[in-house]
Design a protein around this ligand. Sequence first.
Ligand code: 5GP
Ligand code: MN
Length: 344
Amino acid sequence: MQDLLKLKEVLQSPQNVVITTHHKPDADALGSSLGLYNYLVKKGHHVTVVSPSDYASFLHWMKGNEKVMVFSENTKKQAEELVNKADVIFCLDFSNLSRIKQFGELVRNSSAKKVLIDHHRDPEQFADYASHDINSASTAQLVYKMIVSYGDKALIDKDIAECFYAGIMTDTGSFKHPNTNKEVHEIVAELIDLGANNSEVSRLIYDTNSLDRLKFLGFALSQRLTVYPEYHTAFFAISMKDLEKFKSRTGDTEGLVNYALSINGITMAALFTESEEGVKLSLRSIGDFQVNTLAAHYFEGGGHKNAAGGISHKSLKETVALFEDLIKEYSEQLKNKTPIETYV
Ligand code: 5GP
Ligand code: MN
């Protein structure tokens, strides 16, 4: 595997490029993809972003959004053609091709040069070129650093800067998580210098709720939150019926798990969301408790130490029961000096 400076030589002449990212892309996944897309288009390449699934409407403002191909039964053939024609395929913000499902197999079998830019643990060895750093707060900043290392900082305009800013902002929990180091602040300062309107990006992502979504939040907080003070754990379990009742759309449950994590004295928070494919799991923790290990062992998933995800093919009720057994098993590791106060 070679580093990205070697890739610069390949990008000297116009290439057919495909950029892809993980299933249900978040702001870092889509922001790094569209930031890179707009840069490569400026450099004269033929570029398409292929998303393995749809994504939240609060990301639709990003420049190039309307050109993103969403992989589905309807677009499968077109996507296949693009992959076959591609000289270079960028894989952003995921480290394992299984995370992009069916599209991952197309990418794996393609003869194009593959580039991995990511910050998740345990990368699969499929790439010819890589920038992989688990200590990086976001993928967006790795893409930003690639462009700067190519001597092309001046090509980063307001639109590109805002794509990257969005990724860094959300993957640091709005500059709150422990991954928010000096470099993060230095890079976002540079992005603001390059034209990013930081306050507007924040508004577009966090303050554009539908009334249904807000009502769903109230419902989840009052009816679907379970707290186990003795295990320093809290979780939401959301059924498909709940989602239907509030006309929930992709992205509406994003951030919900953080309300459970915000309880004073919590060590681990979870969100179980029932779907056609199974029960999707989001895990978060504070401190040394590793949720990626839990996600990998029991829920076919992975992620970072303090933020991970996975899936269960049991029913919602059975999944919750399994989780309740697990928190008992891990009770020693979940211990926390701060007691959880409950007023009942
Ligand atoms: P979220 O809970 O926001 O969906 O995901 C949290 C973190 O866990 C993200 O970094 C995401 O990439 C990772 N993650 C979520 N779902 C999965 C999964 O099914 N497999 C793996 N390997 N990682 C996941
Ligand atoms: Mn990320």
